[in-house]
Write a protein that binds this ligand. Structure first.
Ligand SMILES: [Zn+2]
Length: 279
């Protein structure tokens, strides 16, 4: 193995290896990062080698031999990762693009406080198990009111209001762009129905644009859960959206969800589709 590194497992390691010409140094946490972030094949094995090397007493040569293999493999994987991030996405397959209009998710308690009953499904949505409820709510913000806002089921642990930046301006709330469910520190709003009223202390967000994928879809597109990609929409006014969150789950059906501001910017209609872009 090369020179210029410590031979202690898990400590700072500098090798003669390089990524695109520059010297690299790796730490154990970086190996871990690579495993988590880049889905590198055989990572479990490398991780196990690390653990066993640090737990049992080994002679220096044996440790060096293991380190050499580990570091070579990690560097390999990092290069694969870099290529993947930079240009190995599937850019030819199209993704259906659906517009997600303003809507509310309610906790069971809030649904009952507003309507006196749990939510009543009227129509299945594209993601399996999700439905549009018969019930509608009024949003009351400091500057404006919106009526007849859709409620989506099933009920969640916490109520959440998903609006566009335009809606936020009209209502007078400073809603941040957040991933669904991440509502810590977001503004609140008042929800009202014919029968009840509920004050939310937090939960108003502009949902991050995102793509739902099954694990099989993700493999085809060359992405993993929580990746952020660029997607070009082929609308009347083609536009490339950056920072599109990839969500992978067994229950998901391939679809990209954008809000009306994003849809209108591209001249969206139901036939518009997206392609992941390498830039
Ligand atoms: Zn969605």
């Amino acid at each position: 193995m090369g020179t210029g590194r410590s031979n202690a497992v898990g400590q700072h390691v500098t090798g003669p290896y390089s990524l695109k010409g520059g010297p690299v140094s790796l730490q154990h946490n970086e190996l871990l990062w690579c495993r988590i972030d880049c889905r590198f094949t055989g990572a479990e094995t490398f991780e196990n080698i690390f653990i066993s090397a640090s737990e049992v007493s080994m002679n220096e040569k044996a440790i060096n031999d293991i380190l050499e293999v580990v570091i070579k493999n990690v560097i390999n994987e990092m290069e694969v990762c870099k290529q993947g991030k930079a240009g190995n996405y599937n850019t030819s397959e199209t993704i259906p693009v659906e517009l997600s209009a303003r809507h509310v998710h309610l906790s069971e308690a809030d649904a009952i406080a507003l309507f006196g009953n749990p939510l009543t499904p009227v129509r299945e949505l594209s993601q399996p198990g999700q439905f549009l409820a018969k019930e509608r709510v009024r949003l009351i913000g400091p500057k404006g009111v919106m009526d007849n806002v859709a409620v989506l089921g099933p009920s969640r642990n916490a109520s959440q209001v998903e609006i566009s930046k335009t809606d936020a301006r009209i209502l007078g709330v400073e809603a941040p762009v957040r991933q669904s469910g991440d509502t810590n520190g977001t503004p609140g709003i008042i929800l009202a129905s014919q029968a009840g009223i509920v004050g939310l202390e937090e939960g108003v967000i502009v949902a991050s644009r995102h793509i739902h994928m099954s694990p099989e879809d993700a493999r085809r597109f060359g992405v993993i859960d929580n990746d952020r990609v660029h997607v070009r929409l082929d609308g009347e006014r083609p536009v490339t959206l950056e920072d599109v969150l990839v969500r992978v789950h067994d229950s998901f059906k391939l679809a990209m969800h954008i809000d009306p501001d994003e849809g209108n910017s591209a001249g969206w209609n139901k036939s518009v589709s997206g392609r992941i872009s390498n830039r």
